[in-house]
Write a protein that binds this ligand. Structure first.
Ligand SMILES: [Zn+2]
Length: 213
């Protein structure tokens, strides 16, 4: 597997002992990547040892202690823009806000959302060289809602991971969805479904598989 999660890169980076500035030493602007995201992606695609040999990767990884995400729910028009990871710690208030916006808007029910989805959305934006800004078509679905949608559409699975808070349907603002699909397939971190007619991508934290075209 050539593609590593960015958190893995960070962990390896720390493990091999590169100096890491204390957060109090950094200007807020230092939280931004210190070289282009494209260069990082090239490094990752070269393979792990080669990527780690590139000093810019080290600088970049140090900037990954902070991760942000902006989601807009297309059904409710609610918007959340938060830093969900800071200094390696999950921000509980941010996770609560994301969970709320991703609730089943039909029933109003909330369900914990797998944080792996937030990491995937963040990383895909990084690979796309865009801000992590997404429109959400579907987040959590209660079993009742999923049953209704399943009966109405062959595109909705009966045992959908949406019911476990482990799937999300999105499009990235300002970025082609077919290209987003390509990045998600390359990442190989879970299920990827492309819905061309509706212009959105399903990603989940289940086993690696894909559908749609
Ligand atoms: Zn879906």
């Amino acid at each position: 597997m050539i593609f590593l999660s960015l958190s893995t890169i960070v962990r390896v980076n720390f493990a091999i002992g590169f100096p890491v500035p204390r957060s109090s030493d950094r200007h807020p602007a230092d939280a931004r990547p210190q070289f282009s995201r494209r260069a990082f992606l090239r490094g990752v695609l070269m393979g792990v040892p080669a990527a780690l040999a590139l000093s810019p990767v080290v600088s970049f990884a140090q900037g990954l202690e902070r991760r942000s995400l902006t989601l807009v729910n297309t059904h409710t028009a609610e918007r959340v823009s938060v830093e969900f990871l800071r200094d390696g710690q999950w921000c509980q208030d941010a996770l609560a806000q994301l969970t709320h916006v991703l609730r089943d808007h039909r029933s109003g029910l909330e369900h914990p959302i797998d944080c792996g989805l937030f990491e995937q959305l963040h990383d895909l934006a990084l690979f796309a060289d865009r801000d992590a800004h997404y429109e959400v078509i579907s987040g959590y679905r209660s079993p009742q809602t999923n049953e209704k949608l399943h009966n109405a559409s062959s595109g909705v699975a009966k045992r959908s991971l949406h019911m476990e808070g482990r799937a999300i349907d999105v499009r990235m603002v300002g970025y082609r969805t077919d290209r987003l699909r390509d990045l998600a397939l390359a990442a190989g971190r879970g299920g990827v479904g492309y819905y061309r007619a509706s212009n959105f991508l399903h990603i989940d934290t289940g086993r690696v598989r894909s559908w749609g075209g």
